[in-house]
Design a binder for this molecule. Structure first.
Ligand code: SF4
Length: 254
C-alpha cells in the first residue's frame, strides 16, 4: 500500500525486456576491457604454438598434444606431416608407422590408434574434410571439447575458448572466472570477456600463463596487469611497462 492506494502490477509481457545479465565477476566491465586491451598491445597477433599445415594436421597435432608439450609434439609431427598431411595419406601410412613417428610423445600407442581411427572417420563420414561444428568434431576418436574448440578457433576463425591448464589456472588464480571444471570456467569466461577481445582471448591467456603468470611462481614484477589483478597470490601492484613483446614471447616457439 502506498498513500492508501494499492500499486497495480504491470503484466509480465508488458515489462521492458532486459539484456541478459553478465555473471558476477570480481572485475568490472571496464577492468576486463583494460586487461584485454593491454594483452592486445603486448601481443597484437597471438598465435598457437602447434605446427600444422591445414585443418587436418591441426586436428592431429592438438589430439597428440594431450599431456605433452607443444614443442615435443612439433618435433614429432614435422616429419610425420611431410609424409601424411591428409586423412587418406595417414590411413595409407598405417598405425605402426604412425607409432614410429610419434613414439617420443607420451601415450603414443593410444594416440597412434586414435590418429588412424579419426582419419578413417574423416574419409568415410566427412568426405576427407575436417567438419566445422563442435558436435561433429567431438565425434572423431581422440577429439574432446577442448580439441574441438582449438580447431574451430585456429582453423576456422570461430571465437571459442578452449580451457587448457594455463587458462584454468589463471581464471581461478585471478578470480576472473573461478570454476571447478574446465567447462564451468569456459562458460564463465565466454560470458565475461568483452566481445571484441574474445577471438584472441584464448591465446592471450595461454601465453600470459606460460610466460608470466606461471604455475609455480607468478612473475608479477613482469606483469602488465599487476595493478588490476585481484589474485591473493600476487606479489606486486606495479604494472610492467606496456610494450609489444618480441616474437619468442608471442607464440612462435616454446
Ligand atoms: S599480477 Fe601476478 S598473479 Fe596477477 S596476473 Fe600478473 S603474474 Fe598473475
Amino acid at each position: 500500500m502506498e498513500n492508501g492506494k494499492t500499486k497495480k502490477k504491470t503484466p509480465a509481457a508488458a515489462r521492458p525486456r532486459k539484456a541478459p545479465a553478465r555473471p558476477k565477476s570480481l572485475y568490472s566491465q571496464d577492468e576486463l576491457k583494460e586487461i584485454f586491451r593491454r594483452f592486445s598491445i603486448q601481443r597484437p597477433e597471438p598465435k598457437g604454438e602447434l605446427e600444422h599445415v591445414n585443418p587436418f594436421t591441426l586436428v592431429v597435432a592438438v589430439a597428440l598434444s594431450a599431456q605433452a608439450t607443444d614443442a615435443g609434439v612439433n618435433k614429432a609431427t614435422r616429419a610425420l606431416f611431410k609424409v601424411a598431411d591428409t586423412p587418406e595419406k595417414m590411413l595409407a601410412l598405417g598405425e605402426e608407422k604412425v607409432r614410429d613417428y610419434i613414439k617420443t610423445i607420451g601415450l603414443y600407442r593410444n594416440k597412434a590408434r586414435n590418429v588412424i581411427a579419426l582419419s578413417r572417420m574423416l574419409v568415410e563420414k566427412f568426405g576427407g574434410e575436417v567438419p566445422r561444428t563442435r558436435e561433429e568434431l567431438v565425434m572423431l576418436p581422440g577429439v574432446g571439447r577442448k580439441t574441438a574448440n582449438v580447431v574451430l578457433s585456429m582453423a576456422f576463425g570461430q571465437a571459442t575458448l578452449a580451457v587448457d591448464t594455463h587458462i584454468f589456472r589463471i581464471a581461478n588464480r585471478l578470480r576472473l572466472a573461478p570454476g571447478k571444471t574446465p567447462d564451468e570456467v569456459e562458460e564463465k569466461l565466454i560470458r565475461i570477456i568483452p566481445d571484441e577481445y574474445l577471438y584472441h582471448a584464448h591465446h592471450w591467456l595461454i601465453l600470459h600463463g606460460r610466460y608470466c603468470c606461471k604455475a609455480r611462481r607468478p612473475e608479477c614484477e613482469h606483469c602488465v596487469i599487476a595493478d588490476l589483478c585481484k589474485s591473493p597470490e600476487k606479489t606486486s601492484d606495479v604494472p610492467a611497462p606496456l610494450v609489444e613483446l618480441p616474437p619468442q614471447a608471442v607464440g612462435a616457439t616454446d
